[in-house]
Design a protein around this ligand. Structure first.
Ligand code: HEC
Length: 122
């Protein structure tokens, strides 16, 4: 996983150094601090239903409502020690699954914040 990230960063660097590369500002989205912890049930799981479950109802991680939490935690897709290295975050941030189903920067920010807060089943 780490070597893939190094490779990706290397490719980005090569791209950035080549003259015809157009630098795109990364979109950094702040989740408004409501004083409430991010809720898996209300904030995170609803992201998966429309975008992921057409495939991830039968393939790991199972992301259907009611099953997503156990599948993500049991499958090792969430790393609360290193939230940004969580497979669920890295995979989404890589553009998977692409097209109109790719996660937006805001959706990724919600997922990351939920993991940073300890990935509670709340
Ligand atoms: C069109 C079908 C399709 C959709 C929609 C889709 N996936 Fe996937 N997903 C796959 C396939 C096929 C794989 C296995 C190949 C790969 O890793 O890309 C996969 C792999 C993954 C993996 C890695 C699994 C592992 O065990 O390493 C994660 C995490 C994941 N998907 C998350 C998501 C999320 C989150 C969404 C919704 C935003 C999503 N996927 C939407 C087809 C899909």
């Amino acid at each position: 996983m780490r070597s893939i990230l190094v490779l990706i960063f290397g490719l980005i660097l090569i791209g950035a150094l080549s003259c015809d590369y157009k630098y795109i500002e990364p979109i950094i989205v702040e989740i408004p601090d409501t004083g409430e912890p991010v809720s898996f049930t209300n904030d995170v799981e609803p992201i998966f239903q429309p975008k992921c479950t057409s495939c991830h109802a039968s393939r790991s991680p199972i992301l259907t409502t009611g099953n997503a939490y156990n599948s993500l935690m049991g499958g090792g897709y969430v790393d609360t020690e290193n939230p940004e290295e969580s497979i669920i975050y890295v995979k989404g941030a890589s553009g998977h699954p692409g097209g109109s189903k790719a996660l937006t920067a805001e959706e990724l920010a919600w997922i990351l914040k939920w993991i940073e807060e300890g990935a509670a089943n709340n």
